[in-house]
Structure formats: structure tokens, C-alpha cells
Design a protein around this ligand. Structure first.
Ligand SMILES: Nc1ncnc2c1ncn2[C@@H]1O[C@H](COP(=O)(O)OP(=O)(O)OP(=O)(O)O)[C@@H](O)[C@H]1O
Length: 364
């Protein structure tokens, strides 16, 4: 793999869920027209690239599609549209080319760490089985090596290996989070997708687990996609941050740049509402109104009904994610207009494509 090839890419990835009609709609249907299934547009044509060694933070309000995007990246959800690339190869093509077991082993390089370690750890299994199950199943170790592997992994995440015969309920929340991390590490991943991985923990324990993530980053050269609603945590650990709104990425920027000077009106509002941040939030107006339903997203820019800076064009035309200088990308007609005015000062990143108006779009 060429060093500049992203470890993971999603290209115009979309995920739609079809929701069956609920009981009330079915009842109403008995009296009139038959109830219709509704489509949730959870992720809408998102492109992103995660480079080896970086920590990419993913933020946005509840329901904007962060978890779904993480699951698409991890391969836990299939794509409705778009492509997923891993280490420079299209995973759909890989799945066709490789025997199933080989494909699954190849894709072990992406692992997910979940929010609630208790819910994601089988209560009937001992820690030794929980952590050692996947490497045994995929033939990375044999039965004789499993115990040694698990002991090493528990030590690495700061747990006493002698506890491996215990069950999940015999551990504290922080310890269970460490078990979940050991389980993910057991198959030697390159990319960890952490979905609210510390959200369920007390603040002091959160800090310990975040430090563990950063230590593992150094020791194992791990790459992270770190999904969190906690902007303070994301600012602390991320190299780059993606901001999602109603299924789309609206801004991507180096973490410091984003928190110091957010460009998208949604990002500005999000930071204005964050209670723990020291950004100069007086400049920003908090976001008004409710997030619209992903079953019926607004036309044009999804954010336009709540945006204090919306132009008439915003209600009609979805803005493309366009470069805004200094490895920053933003999907906003106002910024796009500026970009077009001063197009010469905007660099095309490799893989970028020019759209009809001459603005440059590509992977964030
Ligand atoms: N399996 C599913 N079936 C139907 N709808 C789903 C499913 N998973 C997610 N959704 C819907 O997709 C949208 C995005 O959900 P998602 O969980 O990805 O958002 P999120 O940003 O991670 O939210 P939160 O921070 O609250 O977890 C929501 O409207 C959600 O109800």
C-alpha cells in the first residue's frame, strides 16, 4: 500500500433504513389507506478518508448518523449506496475475489469498540473466552496459545491477567471498558472505531481510558475513528474532526482549526452550545429549532431551516463539501461562494474532482 493511500475510505456512502409502519399507523391503515413503510436517510452520500496513524473525531447531534457511519466504516452495516475501501482496495471487489474466511480475516484490521461494554460482553463467558474467542476462530492462535495471548492483552490494557477466569459482572465499568478494548486488540487491528466508547463512564475513569487509547496509539501505531458527542474529549484527542448534520458531513478540519474558528454555521452553533469549551463562543449564535426527521430531510442544505445565515439557494441546492484552505473542507454555499471567488488560492487534493462550477470536491 502506498504511504499516501488512506487506510479507510468511504466514497459517497449512503445508508437507508426502511421502517415498518408502527401500531398506530397500522390501526389507521385499517380504516383508510394501507400504512406505508418509511425510509430513514441515516447517512447520505458521505465521503471520508482516514489516514494511517491519525485520530479522526466524528461529532454531531444525537440522531445525525454518527453510529451508522461508524458501523458502515466497520462493515457492520451494508452500504445502500457508495463504496468502502480498505488499504487501497474496494471491499466489495475484495469480497468477491477472496474466499469468505480470507476476506473476514483481512477485514479484522477494522475493529469497533462500543459504548456500553457490559451490553457488548457476553455475561455467560469468562474474560478469557471473550478476549480469546475471535483470534482462535480466525486461526490467529491455536488453543494452546490462547491463554498466553489473553494474558498479554489484559496486561496491555492495564488489567491483571489472573482475572481472566472471571465473568463480566465481576468487573467495574472502567475494567469492562478495558476488556472491550482487549477484545478488539486481540485480532491485531490497524483501525479502531470507537463509538461513544467512554460515554458510559465516570469522568475520572473516562480520562484513564482515553489515556489508554492514546498510549495504544503510540505502542501499536493504531488509527482511530472516534465518535463522540463530547466535544471536549474530541478536541483533546483528535487530529482532525468531521462534523455531521442529518446524515451528511458538513465540515472537516484539523481539530485546533475547527475549534478555534469553525466555518460552517452548524459547527459554530454546536460549539456555542457546548458548555465545557473555551472557544470564543460569543461570536456564535446557538442553534435554533429541532433537528428535522431523517425520514423527511429538507431539500437543499439539510441545515438551512435552522441556519441564521441561509441564502435562497440553500433551500434548493445541497452544497458540496469543498476545500476551504489548510486541509479544511466545508459544505456551505456561503463558503463555497467565497471559494469560487478566490479559487486560485484553493488547492486541489489528490483524488479531488472539479464540479461544474469549478469548485473542488473530494474526500474529507
Ligand atoms: N437499525 C436501524 N433501523 C432503523 N433506523 C435506524 C437504525 N439505526 C439507526 N437508525 C436511525 O438512523 C438515524 C441515525 O441514527 P444514528 O444512531 O446513526 O445517529 P447518532 O448520531 O449515532 O445518534 P446518537 O448519538 O443518539 O447515537 C436515526 O434517525 C436512527 O433512528
Amino acid at each position: 500500500m502506498h504511504p499516501s493511500t488512506p487506510l479507510l475510505e468511504l466514497r459517497a456512502a449512503s445508508k437507508r433504513f426502511v421502517k415498518k409502519a408502527d401500531a398506530a399507523a397500522r390501526l389507521a391503515g385499517l380504516l383508510g389507506a394501507p400504512p406505508r413503510a418509511q425510509t430513514v436517510h441515516a447517512v447520505d452520500a458521505v465521503s471520508l478518508a482516514v489516514r494511517s496513524g491519525e485520530v479522526v473525531g466524528l461529532v454531531g447531534e444525537s440522531g445525525c448518523g454518527k453510529s451508522t457511519l461508524g458501523r458502515l466504516a466497520a462493515g457492520l452495516h451494508g452500504l445502500s449506496e457508495g463504496e468502502r475501501w480498505w488499504q487501497g482496495e474496494n471491499t466489495a471487489a475484495l469480497a468477491q475475489r477472496l474466499p469468505r474466511a480470507d476476506y473476514r480475516r483481512h477485514m479484522l484490521g477494522i475493529q469497533m469498540v462500543f459504548q456500553d461494554p457490559y451490553a457488548s460482553l457476553n455475561p455467560r463467558l469468562r474474560v478469557q473466552q471473550i478476549v480469546g474467542e475471535a483470534p482462535l476462530a480466525h486461526g490467529l492462535v491455536d488453543a494452546g496459545q490462547q491463554q498466553e495471548l489473553v494474558a498479554g492483552l489484559l496486561r496491555r490494557v492495564g488489567l491483571d491477567p489472573q482475572l481472566m477466569r472471571r465473568y463480566p459482572h465481576q468487573f467495574s465499568g472502567g475494567q469492562r471498558a478495558r476488556i472491550g478494548i482487549a477484545r478488539a486488540l486481540a485480532v491485531r487491528p490497524r483501525l479502531l472505531i470507537c463509538d461513544e466508547a467512554v460515554a458510559a463512564l465516570d469522568v475520572s475513569i473516562q480520562a484513564q481510558v482515553i489515556n489508554l487509547f492514546m498510549q495504544l496509539r503510540e505502542e501499536l501505531r493504531l488509527t482511530y475513528l472516534f465518535i463522540s458527542h463530547d466535544l471536549g474529549v474530541v478536541r483533546h484527542i483528535s487530529d482532525r474532526v468531521l462534523v455531521m448534520y442529518l446524515g451528511r458531513v458538513v465540515e472537516s478540519a484539523p481539530a485546533e482549526a475547527l475549534f478555534e474558528a469553525p466555518l460552517h454555521p452548524y459547527t459554530q452553533g454546536l460549539l456555542a452550545e457546548a458548555p465545557t469549551l473555551e472557544v470564543r463562543r460569543k461570536r456564535f449564535v446557538a442553534i435554533r429549532g429541532e433537528i428535522p426527521s431523517p425520514m423527511n430531510p429538507p431539500r437543499g442544505c439539510h441545515f438551512h431551516p435552522r441556519c441564521t445565515q441561509a441564502l435562497p439557494r440553500c433551500a434548493e441546492e445541497a452544497p458540496l463539501l469543498a476545500p476551504a484552505g489548510g486541509d479544511r473542507w466545508v459544505a456551505c454555499h456561503r463558503i463555497d461562494t467565497q471559494a469560487l471567488d478566490g479559487a486560485a488560492s484553493y488547492k486541489t487534493r489528490s483524488g479531488g474532482v472539479k464540479n461544474l462550477q469549478g469548485a473542488v470536491t473530494g474526500l474529507c
